[in-house]
Design a protein around this ligand. Structure first.
Ligand SMILES: Nc1ncnc2c1ncn2[C@@H]1O[C@H](COP(=O)(O)OP(=O)(O)OP(=O)(O)O)[C@@H](O)[C@H]1O
Length: 289
């Protein structure tokens, strides 16, 4: 299988923080969400993939090429989408397009015009007058118009209204339909990931907790709820992760549904978890591990 993105044993050391080793892979035609609490290393991971920081170890291959050696060629086919202004503020879309088009070998003017129309972006306004959502749309139009095969986004839906968020998520699903592109994005909005992501990579305190198919995750784990008297026996058998005590007893995550059923059937309640519940309980489990 040829991966669009292949990260192996990636490490980055900062004073007081160490990321990795992280390993995960993304195939064409799929969307991967990167989740983790604040400060867990999501932006650091994205910066390393984009070649904006130098890792302390590991390797990153993009489109099968070694990122450390061939970043110039790779960049032609990466679209980094974010709302921060990496454009000239005083320029209009048309003026900005002339600058950007020159950077990209595969720039497609007519495709760009189509996206500008489709996103209803104002052609006469200066970019500094754009809202956050407009900047995001513009950034996405640029990425799509140079035929990026890997689209990377850092928190693309945060701060956007629900209507545009929903439009953006639909667009992401549309982008991967040709099965040639892949999307990698970080988000705190787990419901967005639940809707569009095929794979979820979860990091906590710089450590990789999992990088798995979303469907497998949602199938494997269950939320277990029970009275206080059951907590100890379940914990003794190592069946619970990230226990949260409440007025009725406890709530936790289990990956061993069969064992819980076998031993405690009828005594506990088991529900399908949301991605947010998986993340919260796992983060708790890590914190108190
Ligand atoms: N240039 C830097 N120098 C030193 N430490 C850094 C640098 N950049 C990031 N860090 C540290 O690395 C850790 C991870 O930061 P990072 O921005 O990757 O987290 P994040 O998961 O993206 O967080 P958030 O969700 O809050 O955006 C933090 O402890 C941060 O202080």
């Amino acid at each position: 299988m040829s991966y669009i993105l292949d990260v192996k044993d990636l490490r980055k050391e900062y004073k007081g923080f160490s990321l990795g080793p992280l390993s995960f892979q993304l195939e064409p035609g799929y969307i991967m969400g990167l989740i983790g609490p604040n400060g867990s290393g999501k932006s650091t991971t994205i910066k390393a993939i984009l070649g904006l920081i130098r890792p302390n170890g590991g390797s990153i291959r993009i489109f099968g090429k070694d990122q450390a050696k061939e970043m110039q060629a790779i960049k032609q086919q990466i679209g980094f989408v974010y709302d921060q202004n990496h454009f000239y503020d005083e320029f209009t879309i048309g003026e900005m397009k002339k600058v950007i088009a020159g950077f990209y070998e595969y720039w497609d003017n007519s495709l760009f015009s189509q996206y500008i129309d489709r996103f209803n972006l104002p052609v006469r306004k200066k970019i500094k007058e754009f809202s956050k959502g407009m900047k995001m749309k513009f950034s996405l139009a640029v990425a799509l118009s140079h035929h990026a095969r890997l689209i990377i986004m850092d928190e693309p839906t945060s701060g956007l209204d629900p209507i545009f968020r929903s439009e953006l998520l639909d667009l992401l699903l549309e982008i991967i339909q040709d099965e040639e592109k892949a999307i990698f994005f970080s988000s705190h909005i787990t419901s967005d990931l639940e809707r569009v992501a095929d794979y979820i990579t979860f990091i906590h305190n710089g450590n990789l907790i999992f990088s798995e198919s979303k469907d497998d995750l949602l199938d494997t784990y269950r939320i277990v709820k029970g009275g206080p008297d059951l907590l100890e026996p379940l914990q003794e058998e190592g069946l619970l992760t990230g226990v949260i005590n409440n007025q009725f007893g406890f709530e936790a995550l289990t990956a061993d549904v069969a064992a819980v059923n076998d031993r405690f059937k009828g005594q506990v309640i088991m529900d399908k978890p949301s991605l947010e519940q998986i993340m919260v309980h796992m983060a708790r489990g890590e914190q108190y591990a």
